[in-house]
Design a protein around this ligand. Structure first.
Ligand code: A3P
Length: 284
């Protein structure tokens, strides 16, 4: 049974990660002003936003997203393979990361590189994570949702506590080079979100190009695109395959939490996320 790779108190997946890379990315990676980062706590809609940004870059042309695996188009800076790809890539880079704030490359903070940070109702993050991780050998196997629920509340899951991750990154939300999005808002009005991302990145799309971005980043299109649906995940990671595009809805936690779990979660959320302005979290 796999456990976690513990680095300075945070659990990381055991495959594709090593302490040296996490340390090196934090201390040595040099950001370029034109770099774009998609940053999330896992299962918040990372790949959806990656697909949208890739399509924006190509003005809606799907050739790139249909020919190159999603993890190579925007590699994970903290993973062994991703880090090597990124340091050897010339020009502006599209970077993905799940890193907690204090592990993020220091050079970012003195650069003009841009971060798109995506949040999602942590209850849905929990459920999505439970179904995803248990099909992989990346992490300690959660026997049941009850077990995973307890680990999640304590932060003993991949990338640590959702609450700490989110609190720390939200401290950046008023910066010009930081765009805060939520899975719930993207779902409610994808087109407006695409426009918002374009404005943030200084890109202009014609109406037909915008429609193409919308079309090729839809749940169904991504589910059918083998470069984006994780069907290329290797057997050593997921012997029976993974289901990245599982349901793609908001509020699925209501089908899985008991009343007691829902109440316990509310209490923890209130305690840990106190102090943020009302309306910041669109699911509350
Ligand atoms: P569910 O497991 O709730 O279905 P990440 O990319 O951060 O790992 O997040 C995965 C979650 O985003 C999954 O949630 C997945 O279905 C959802 N997702 C991915 N692409 C999507 C899309 N185009 N539209 C809606 N949801 C999407």
């Amino acid at each position: 049974m796999s456990d976690y790779l513990w680095f300075e108190g945070i659990p990381f997946p055991v495959i594709h990660y090593e302490k040296k890379t996490i340390e090196e990315s934090r201390d040595k990676f040099v950001f370029r002003d034109e770099d774009i980062v998609i940053l999330t706590y896992p299962k918040s809609g990372t790949n959806w936003v990656k697909e949208i940004v890739c399509l924006i870059e190509k003005k809606g042309d799907p050739s790139w997203i249909q020919s190159v695996p999603i993890w190579d188009r925007s590699p994970w800076i903290e993973s062994q393979i991703g880090y090597q790809l990124l340091i050897n890539e010339e020009g502006p880079r599209l970077i993905t990361s799940h890193l907690p704030f204090h592990f993020f490359p220091k050079s970012f903070f003195s650069s003009k590189a841009k971060i798109i940070y995506v949040i999602r109702n942590p209850r849905d993050v929990l459920v999505s994570g439970y179904f995803f991780w248990r099909k992989t050998k990346y992490v300690k196997f959660p026997e049941s949702l009850t077990t995973y629920f307890e680990w999640f509340i304590k932060g003993n899951v991949a990338y640590g506590s959702w609450f700490e991750h989110t609190r720390a990154w939200l401290s950046m939300r008023k910066r010009d080079n930081f765009l805060l999005l939520s899975y719930e808002d993207i779902k409610k009005d994808t087109k407006s979100t695409i426009k918002k991302i374009c404005d943030f990145l200084g890109k202009k799309l014609e109406p037909n190009e915008l429609d193409m971005v919308l079309k090729y980043s839809s749940f169904q299109a991504m589910k059918e695109n083998k470069m984006s649906n994780y069907s290329l995940t290797t057997k050593d990671v997921a012997p029976n395959g993974v289901d990245l595009l599982r349901k793609g809805v908001t509020g699925d936690w209501k089908n899985h939490f008991t009343v007691a779990q829902a109440e316990a979660f509310d209490k923890v959320f209130q305690e840990k996320m106190a102090g943020f302005p009302p309306g910041l979290f669109p699911w509350e």
